[in-house]
Design a protein around this ligand. Sequence first.
Ligand code: GTP
Length: 595
Amino acid sequence: MKNIRNFCIIAHIDHGKSTLADRMLEMTQTISERKMQDQALDNMDLERERGITIKSHAIQLNYQHKGEEYIFNLIDTPGHVDFSYEVSRSIAACEGALLLVDAAQGVQAQTISNLYLALENDLEIIPVLNKVDMPSAMVDEMSEEVVDLLGCELEDIILASGKTGLGLENIFEAIIERIPAPEGDPEAPLQAMIFDSMFDKYRGVIAYFRVFNGRLKKNDAIQFFNTQSDFFANEIGILKMDQVPQEMVEAGNVGYVITGTKDSKEVKVGDTITLQENKCEEAIQGFEDVKPMVFAGIFPIENDDFEDLRDALEKLQLNDASLIFQPETSVALGFGFRCGFLGMLHLEIIQERLEREYDQNVLTTVPNVSYFAYTKKGEKLTINTPNDLPGPTILDYVEEPYIRAQIISKPEYIGGIIKLCMEKRGILKNQQYLTTSRLELTFELPLAEIVFDFYDKLKTISRGYASFDYTPLDYRQSDLVKLDVLLNSENVDAFSSLIHRTKAVAFGKRMCAKLKDILPKQQFKIAIQAAIGAKIVARENISALRKDVTAKCYGGDISRKRKLLEKQKKGKKKMREVGNVQVPQKAFLDVLKLD
Ligand code: GTP
């Protein structure tokens, strides 16, 4: 055990975690040159296409140092705020963290928040100033920032480049010398914490764990402590580029177990694995439950696919513990699920993963945050969908969630940033210079104002030179109204939103205009209206398709045409009938992209 080191790589988004991990894989010959491709650990297609890490990835490396053989369990983590739950779980499996800071960009918002996460878990921090090969690197200045942030010595900072491989030897040495070897008793009853899991079509649930005490052997009769379910460890092993089966995984080490179960509800991330005979006395304290920030309905395009969708969500949840869902009914859309996400990027990724990995054809309704409604009788209700809001005779008042936002940018963009935050009903609480060229602003803002397009606007205003992070703060009373959208006088509940009274009319107008763009012309005229209560506040019309256009469709060889039509039907339906109006799948999300 004294030669094991468990650590993760944490950083602000794009500061080079995955690239540095690539070099580590190469230098330890964990992956052959022939198989090497950039960001080797980002194995999901979506991650490669978008160039971002979505999942944490655990891998074991072997390293020789001063004649000794070391085992490194490395976890590469995502940088985007929406995936911070992945980071917090990875941290729970480690004793140390490499904190990467881009030498051109310096300390950014998620550098700070990820560092705090690691410190709360008592991890040993190794600061690495990365990308020093870049012409724009400002090594001295940024090193000073890191010293300020950590209160460390200048000599503690390792200068590195994931691109050229510079500094890698020093990093390996620091991992061995500075990160403590895991503690734990291999002779004690088994206690292994599940920090991640996934579903494999053929092999069922695969759980990734870190053993804190005891040892897990192949074919052991095991129990998941909290769910109290019993299984056999059909296969156990360690994680290299592929899973490598072993006879035993001992205290201090990281591995995987396959029990053969296909029931995703049996295996919970955060749970403890123990042995049925010789049980441990208590579970390892897992990590905090996730708090979703944004809610939206996910509905199957075809009503019949509801059960398939449930199954897919359950399986996806195994691999994404931050996804939560419960059944929901919509008048317009029928049966579906109300899902909680950590942000809009998370929502987008879930929707895409459902389509790609589980072949589900879904639509997502207009997202909203979670509110508290207080009734005149003094009851407190949680409102995760605008349609749950009680009517005016029952409702007393509504509270909405606020967050504390940290924005780091250059002085020349501060004016624009403050203006943006004011427009979003923000309150400036503090501003301080980190260096002469970078300033940190602290705002209190309603969560509802930042989840949708705030980050994009911030990036535009600051030409990309602003980083942003937020933490939940409290709930505050707010003057919110429910805005409904009607298509041909029929209320489409899936388009409803709760919005601050001062913004409701303008929002309704823009929503109608946007829907006019999005909805395809149909055989009849469509009236789009926005309403607050019984009052219509905005209206647009879509004229009917002209006859001759439709006529064309029916020309030509009828049987060929019919075949074509059949074929199209089999292809994925991208529309959903709402009342008598065809609504495209993406309409509910696109209406939010208002500008
Ligand atoms: P997320 O996981 O999505 O937060 O990103 P990341 O931190 O893993 O960053 P990634 O390794 O994907 O690198 C981001 C970009 O920086 C890529 O375009 C890399 O090619 C580039 N990059 C990474 N490391 C270096 C480096 O040492 N030098 C230079 N010049 N570029 C680098």
